[in-house]
Structure formats: structure tokens, C-alpha cells
Design a protein around this ligand. Structure first.
Ligand code: C2E
Ligand code: CA
Ligand code: CA
Ligand code: CA
Length: 275
């Protein structure tokens, strides 16, 4: 029995070792990819429900690994956050997204995801200001999306940083609303400009009473706080119809478009087309 126990332990140890090695391999490849400038950005339109027009774009990072192919950001962003590589990635994403949006003749806003690690870095604000100055993007054309995990650590300092971001004229959206700790307290702690309801609530909104009640409540919260609410992950007409009936202002999701290279949206960004 003693031997069995040790065998089981060795098995788990080997499994864990493999997971750690796998992570380290990806981390090294990611470091090389950053150095070789192999990351790219795709953009997903946000759409006004009443007008049907594009109201902005969210920038999303992509990594095509030379051997593994496309690696999902939900796999490599956590590795980047653990290893500190997120600082280089975050800077690159911000610079690239601002450079791109500065060329849009219709001046639509661009939304950029900012990792908590990046937000807490000492030079976050200086980098942001430098990028705005260098790209010439109007701060009002930029929105950063942060998740509630950014507010867990050092709340006072985080809010001070976010206040300075807003003072620059950059808007701040709360991403994945409803999935974190103390979502309501966080709404009171900082004057967010927008709430993005997490896609898990939208997914079943037309056939789950629970999801429908939650989405209605968030929309009510938004109207009470005078905050626009964006519904993420809209895939089906039924979901859109529910959101329209509940007076949700903006939507985003595969129903309208998957994230794609910005060239695919040239008719929109150049002002020739609205969708
Ligand atoms: P997120 O910020 O919540 O982004 C939305 C995710 O939902 C994106 O996945 C998008 O492609 C996907 N999505 C959009 N519409 C639909 C839909 O209708 N159905 C479904 N099933 N999915 C939809 P993606 O691009 O794989 O990114 C995953 C997460 O990785 C993001 O979640 C964000 O947390 C993170 N991420 C992506 N790009 C960046 C980045 O540049 N910086 C940072 N810090 N994080 C990023
Ligand atoms: Ca986001
Ligand atoms: Ca989200
Ligand atoms: Ca998310």
C-alpha cells in the first residue's frame, strides 16, 4: 500500500512536471514571437442596436505559432501575465491599436483590453501618454477594457490610476461584468464609462429565465447609473431580439461579425459604409 501511494504521487508529480514544462515551452516561444513581431491584431465591431451601425471596434490579439498554429489568447495571455511578458505584449497591442485607429476617417473609437498586471505597472500611464502623443490618436477615441480582477489588488492605487486615465480623456469600460467578485461594489468604487455584460449571460438569454433576469437587471442598473451597457457574445437573432426588446444600446458578437483583420472593415473605417 505504501508503494502504491508513492506510485500515485509520482504519477501526479510527472503530470505536473509535464504541465510546467509545456508552459515553459510556450513562454519561450511567446518571447521569441514578440521579438520577431509575430503577434497580430484583429478587430470586432460593436453595433448600435437601434441604428444597426458600427459604433466602434474592440482590438483582440492573435498569435499564430509556427508549429502549433493559432494559440488562443485565453491560453497565452495567462502565461504572459505570469511571466511578465504581458508588459511587452500590452504595450505592443496599445501602440498597434492606436496607430490603426488614428487612420480611421470616421473616427470610430477603439477598445483595448488592459491586463491587471499591465495596469498595475509603474510606467502604465507614462506609456499610455507616450503612445497617444506618438500616434496622434485623440484620447476620446480610445477606450480601455478592464476586468474586475484589476480591482482586487490595491484598490486605492488602482482607482488613482484609472482616474488619471480618465483625466487624459480616455474612457474606461468594465469587461466581463457579473463574473468577478463584488461587481456592484466595483461599480461604486470607480466611475466606469461603460459596462460589458459577460457573454455567458447572453448565451442562453432567450431560453433561460435566470439569464434573462440577470441581463434585465444589469440593463436596469445601466439605465439607473446612466451607463451604456454592451452585450457581448451575441450569436443568434433570438438573443439580439431579446436585447432589443430590453432596450440594450450596443451589442457585439459573431451574429454581426467575428473578429477579423481591420482591412476587412475598410469600407466602414473609411466612412464609405456603415456596416
Ligand atoms: P474578452 O475581452 O472578453 O473578449 C471577447 C472574446 O469573445 C474574444 O475572444 C472574442 O473573439 C470572443 N467573441 C466575440 N464574439 C463572440 C461570440 O459571439 N461568441 C463567442 N463564443 N465568442 C465571441 P478571444 O479573442 O479569443 O479573446 C479571449 C480573451 O483573451 C479576451 O476576452 C481577453 O480577456 C483576452 N485578450 C484578447 N486580446 C487581448 C489583448 O490584446 N490584451 C489582453 N490583456 N487580453 C486580451
Ligand atoms: Ca474585452
Ligand atoms: Ca468580455
Ligand atoms: Ca473574457
Amino acid at each position: 500500500a505504501k508503494q502504491d501511494g508513492r506510485g500515485v504521487y509520482r504519477f501526479f508529480e510527472a503530470q505536473m512536471g509535464a504541465a510546467v514544462r509545456e508552459k515553459r515551452l510556450l513562454e519561450n516561444d511567446l518571447r521569441a514571437a514578440i521579438a520577431r513581431n509575430e503577434l497580430t491584431l484583429v478587430f470586432q465591431p460593436q453595433v448600435g442596436v437601434a441604428s444597426g451601425e458600427v459604433t466602434g471596434f474592440e482590438a483582440l490579439v492573435r498569435w499564430t505559432h509556427p508549429v502549433r498554429g493559432e494559440v488562443s489568447p485565453s491560453v497565452f495571455i495567462p502565461i504572459a501575465e505570469e511571466s511578465g511578458l504581458i508588459l511587452a505584449i500590452g504595450d505592443w497591442v496599445m501602440r498597434e491599436a492606436c496607430t490603426e485607429a488614428a487612420t480611421w476617417t470616421n473616427r470610430l473609437p477603439v477598445a483595448v483590453n488592459v491586463s491587471p498586471v499591465q495596469l498595475h505597472a509603474a510606467d502604465f500611464l507614462a506609456n499610455l501618454e507616450a503612445i497617444l502623443a506618438q500616434t496622434g490618436l485623440a484620447p476620446g477615441q480610445l477606450e480601455i477594457e478592464i476586468t474586475e480582477t484589476a480591482l482586487i489588488r490595491d484598490l486605492a492605487r488602482t482607482i488613482a490610476t484609472l482616474d488619471r486615465v480618465k483625466a487624459l480623456g480616455v474612457r474606461v469600460a468594465m469587461d466581463d461584468f457579473g463574473t468577478g467578485y463584488s461587481s456592484l461594489a466595483n461599480l461604486r468604487a470607480f466611475a466606469f464609462d461603460k459596462i460589458k455584460v459577460d457573454q455567458s449571460f447572453i448565451r442562453s438569454v432567450d431560453h433561460s429565465d435566470q439569464s434573462a433576469a440577470i441581463v434585465r437587471a444589469v440593463l436596469g442598473l445601466g439605465s439607473g447609473l446612466k451607463l451604456p451597457v454592451v452585450a457581448e457574445g451575441v450569436e443568434r437573432l433570438e438573443e439580439l431580439e431579446f436585447l432589443r426588446a430590453e432596450a440594450c444600446a450596443e451589442v457585439q458578437g459573431y451574429f454581426f461579425s467575428r473578429p477579423a483583420p481591420i482591412a476587412d472593415f475598410a469600407a466602414i473605417t473609411s466612412g464609405r459604409d456603415r456596416f
